[in-house]
Structures are given as C-alpha cells and as structure tokens.
Design a protein around this ligand. Sequence first.
Ligand code: ADP
Ligand code: MG
Length: 796
Amino acid sequence: MKYSMTSTINAMRLKRLHKILKQVNHYSDAFSKLTDEALQAKTAEFKKAIQDGATLTALLPEAYAVLREASRRILGMYPKDVQVLGAIVLHEGNIAEMQTGEGKTLTATMPLYLNALTGKGAYLITTNDYLARRDYEEMKPLFEWLGLTIALGFVDIPDYEYLPGEKKTIYSHDIIYTTNGRLGFDYLIDNLADGKEGKFLPSLNFGIIDEADSIILDSAQTPLVISGAPRVQSNLFQIVKAFVETLEASVHFQMKKTKKEIWLTDEGIEAANAYFGVDNIYDKRYFDLVRNINLALRAHHLFESNFDYFVYNGEVVLIDRITGRMLPGTKLQAGLHQAIEAKENVELSRDMSVMATITFQNLFRQFNAFSGMSATSKLGEKEFFDLYSKIVVQIPTDKPIARKDYEDRVFKNAEEKNRAILQRVQTLYETKRPVLLITRTAEVAEYFSMMLFEMDIPNNLLIAQNVAKEAQMISEAGQLGAVTVATSMAGRGTDIKLDNAVKALGGLAVSISEHMENSRVDRQLRGRSGRQGDPGSSQIYISLEDYLVERWGKGNMLNNKKLQQVDGEALQNSRLFQKRVQNTVARAQRVSEEQSVIQREMANEYEKSISIQRELIYQERDRVLDLWDTGDLDLTQLARDVFRRDYRKEVLDSEAELVNYIYKNVSFQFKEDMSDLSLNQEQAVVTFLVQLFEKALHRQKSALNNPYFYSRFVQKAILKAIDSHWIQQVDHLQQLKSSVQNRQNGQRNAIFEYHRVALESFEVMSTEIKGHIIRNLCQSVTTFDKEGKLVVHFPN
Ligand code: ADP
Ligand code: MG
C-alpha cells in the first residue's frame, strides 16, 4: 500500500518531466542537421539570452538538446531520454535516483552545461580523486568543444604545494570536477585568508553531488577539520579513568547505548563530588573535569574494542563502520580518542586543537543551488527532505532490469555459511560464469581469497587500497571465468561490462557474505550486476553470527539462544527457522539504520550553533577583506566603546591601574602626566584614552606613509583579532560538546544547554575581539619584507 503510494507520486513527477523531455526532443532533428560551427555558436547565443534576462529554466530544452547533439558528435554517446529526465531533476535542485550503469556521468553534463552558461561556476562533486579525475577527463572534450572552460578542482599530486594564485585560476573555470573533501578543505582554507589576494574560492553557485547518499548521509558523522596547534595535554585522563572505573551502571550512571547517550545519576554526581573533593562538579570552575568525566564514560561504555576500534601496535585505530576497515591516522575529536587510549592503557597521543571545521551538510548549504544523484537515494529520501527539502525522483532504467535478486540464504553460524559461499563460487567458476564476492571487512575478503586459492580458483582481491588499481580490476570482474573478492566500497563508481559469452551464462553473479550496515549499501552492492538491462543475479548470505546481529541484535539474545540450540542439519531446511533468522537480521539492520539517522540528527543539532556563528564570522571577514578604504570604518567610535566597557569592568580608577592598562593596550611608550585627570569620571578617562588611541593610530599612519599600506594594515589588524578569537571559539565549541553531554536528562537538554553556552560565549568573544582590534591597531609594529610587502608584527 505504502509502496504503491510512493510509486504513484513518482509517476506524477515523471509525467511532468516527460513534458519537458518532449520539448527537448522537439529540437533533436533540427540540431542534428546543424553544422558544427552553428551548433558551437549556440553557447554564445545562450549566454547572450541570459544577459538579456532569459531564465535557465526557459533555456533548458534547447540547451539540453545542444549538449546531446554535441555529445553524439564528440563522445559518440547520445544521452538517452531517461538521462534527460534525470538531468531535468538535477537542474531543478532535487535528487535523481538512477541505477548503476545508467550513465550518471553523462547525465550530469546537461545541467552542468546549462548552469555554467551564467559564468558563475558549476561543480560536479564526487567521492574520490580518482572518480573526479576520470569523469573530468572523459567530459572535457565535450565542454571545450562547446566553448566552456573546465578544470579538475585540484592538482592530482600527493602533498602538492600550490603556487600563489594557482587555486584562483583553477576555480575560475566554468565547470569544475572535484571531491567533497577537496572542496570542503578549500572552503575552510579560503576563509583563513588574511588578505583579498589570498582568497581564491568564488561564491558557490551550482553543484551536483554524485553518489549523494554516500557523501551527504554516510560521511555525515565525520566533519572536515583543520587542526591547529597541539592542545596542552590534560593530565586528567588517567585520574578520571580511575574514577570512572569505580562507577556502577544503573547506580552511578545511565545510558542508552544505541543512542550513544550516557549520563551521571544523582548518585554518580555525589560520587564525583566526593572523589574529587569538590562541592559541585557542575560549577563552572570544573568545566574541564566534567568534560573529562564525560569522555571517560563514553570511552568506557559506548565504545567497544573490536567494534569501534582495534588496539594495534600500542595504538587505538578506529574502524570504519561501513567497510569494517581500519582507519589509521583518523582520530576522534576533542579528547575522545585520548580517553579511549587511557581506557586501553596505551600511550596518549597528542590532541590537536581544532582551527576550522564544517560538516558536509553545511558545506553544501553554501551553494546557491545543488542537487544529487545516486543509485540508492530513495531509501534516504526522508533525510534528504528533512535536511534540505529535496525530493527524490526515481528515474526508470533505459532497459528493464533483468537481474534476479534471490532471497537470502540462511545459516546458523559463520562456518556453515562460509562453506556454502565457497561451494557456490566453485560451482559458478566451473561454468565460467563470473562471480563477484563481496564482504564487509578486508579480513573476511582476505580469508575467502585465500580459501579460493587453496581450492585452485584464481581470484582478484580488492580490499580498498588503491582506488585506481581497484577500478581497473573491478572493471574486469565481468569477464569469462573471473572471480573477484572485494570489500563493499571497493571500486565503487566503476562500470562492470560483460563479455558477450557471459551474457549467455546468466551474467555477473554477485554473492554478498552478509548484510551491510544499512539497506542502501546492500542495494548498491546488488546493483554491481545487471547494468543496462544485462542479465545477472545477486544473493546475500546470512547467519546468526553476522556483525549486524552481534552489534545490534543484542536485545534479542534470548531469541537467538533458542535459535542457536537448534540442531543445524534438520533445521537448515526449515522455513520457520529461516524466517526467524531473517527477521533477526532484518531487525538488527533496522536498529543500525535508525541509530545512524539519530546520530546524524544529533550531529546536525550540534552543528547549528557553530554554523550560525561561522556564517557571521565569515561574513564579517569578507566585509573587512572588501574594505579598501578604511575611511568607512569609525575606529574612534570602536575605541570609545572598548574603553568605556573596560572602564566599567576593569576598575581603572587608580593611576597605577590606568597606566598598566595603557601599556597593555594603547601605548608602551606612554609618559604623559595625568595629574589633571579625574580618575573617577568615566567620560574624562574615556576621552583621555581615545586621544591616546588617536595619537597611536596616527603614528602608525605616518610610519607607513602611504594610504594603501595603511588600509592594508588596518585590515590585517582586524582580521588577526577576529581569527585568533574565532579559532579559540571553534575549539571551545568542540570541547563544549563533550562537556554538556551528560547533564542528566539525556540529549535534548544537553543540546539546549550547548546552544545556550555557545551563544553566551559568542557574545563574550565579540566584545573581546573589539578590544583585541584596538590593541592590534595601537601596538603592532609594521615592517616591509624584501619584496616590499607589508609585514605586521602583532602584540601578543
Ligand atoms: P553510473 O554512474 O550511472 O553507474 P556511468 O556514468 O559510469 O554510470 O556510465 C556507465 C557506462 O555507460 C559508461 O561506460 C558510459 O560511457 C556509458 N554510457 C552512459 N551514457 C551512455 C549513452 N547515452 N550511450 C552510450 N553509452 C553510455
Ligand atoms: Mg557513476
């Protein structure tokens, strides 16, 4: 019932798209007869029309028809009707679900072309450098033939150091192919520039995200982070660890494991007060202590060795939840990693402060418009809608899908299951039908590969190591007699073409050794076979020892125990037994999916404060960067505000204090006589200070002796003040997360508390920035380097 409802809605959406498609097709014949020159001239005509006020939507049918015809001539591929349908969805800023092999790369060229006509830039964003480069190279001749410029968004050399201005050149192209990570880091770096010449990123206009569910949903928990200086190592980790190990579950703390929530009860708080000899740990003074207790609680009870991390060579190495791969070099943020290290008694690594950070969700919000495509978007529709108000349109395949998705095969334990999988591969191998065996983890893939070699079955092993090599290997997985063993992410985005002989044998057989963390990934994997109407099959093997059941099926242990006691042989063939195991696995997968959704919601909730603040700060930076003639800025008024506030706050009513204040903030050469000044009169003191400020500023001005350098100086002084506080603020917010996370009533209140403190600290920061600007203006020393560039030495 529910399904037919959604398919009715989808049919309605498609009906509207078909009308536009008809308009595109309307041009086909005429355009096929145009000379190359006439077709190429269309680009300039469209640009002119846009200048004259034509909307992109009005131009869409003709522009798509031009691109189609150009693609036929240049690439030898004529975008199919279904691709045009997808391309319309992409222009409209929604998500197109198109099956694997349907040609999403070519589909994207239509909206990219259309949107690039404005000259404001169009981006194609994909998951890794290899795919970005591959698609860029393939589509480059098409765009260039049509008179647009195109670039790869990065220099594809490891640790490449960009020359000044090089990134700016890259980003000035009409069309850019890049990755979410590259773009995200560039966004953060761009907003650390201390002069207009250091900025390179244009405002983000239009973007298409390939593999959108993977980029937006699956990568959501790990925000991009630019690390700053190492943080002063807290000596609390060990002390707090000892304390936390004395606590008893349910008595001293409560937790909701699937929600990753844990908090101290009243007893727990009392125990903490007693243990650390304080009146109330929630007193502001103990911010750091509370934060460390939270970290330790989380480390001890919400992170499990061998599920979330391994201890390997004396180091805590994280495990990728989806692929089960180790993630060396990746660390949990803000002390959590160190708390786990303390728990495992390994040496604490250095905790780096966070200088700038953004989540992918918020990165894409920077675009005026963006859209997405993927083979498995539908299952994420609710989230796409909640996050960005985007709908998912399912585009029909060009040819009907001929792949058979068999029902799961059910086993009691891993051993029986693995044996059956190996048998199945052998049977297929004997007929020369190619088989792709997919596992969740690299270890299991290695195991199968080795077993197959022992059975004299040659095979290719792909365990997500070298993307380019994997792409090459997986593209050969459809050849006669090929046996390929791969982890779930290996070779994603690569097309598997079949030998003709293979089609007669039934196409590529995909065997999946267990259900993945979410059903989107399962579907993605099945889709490895059966591209463009090819024959093929897919089957998932399950057992009660699968990761999903172990991890998320714990609540059903009783049930499982009963199942475990069942004697294999007899029940292997019992429908009832099979149904039960299927249900257990399905339930575990559902818990896992819900859990990820909740985590993403939480991450988004926390992100709200920082993203509002980031926008404000970045806007302010841009305003300062744009300001060439600082005459617009009333620095005297700013100084007056600061002095007035400090007068009220800092008790400047003794001469000694006032002199000290002046040394610190205005002038370290201060020698004036103050005997006439009435220290108890705010107005008098403030006016006096303002005069000193103006003198100091005047000194700077005459030292620079050039209005251009003077305004650059003012600009740098302001930016420096903003940045040093903002960087501290980002790090503070990061730390604050772990400090609020165990106030008693669970996450809702924690988030409320987080936003409250975040706002408060933002206000404090804003005032502090003003004071810092005044100090920078008065107390910096300016010099010039060998090339005659201004260098400012700021006070501390
Ligand atoms: P997807 O990303 O949707 O899985 P790809 O973009 O990788 O698919 O395309 C799959 C294959 O189909 C590629 O080899 C591509 O060149 C080919 N292809 C795409 N569109 C067309 C078309 N209109 N005509 C012929 N071949 C096409
Ligand atoms: Mg693709």
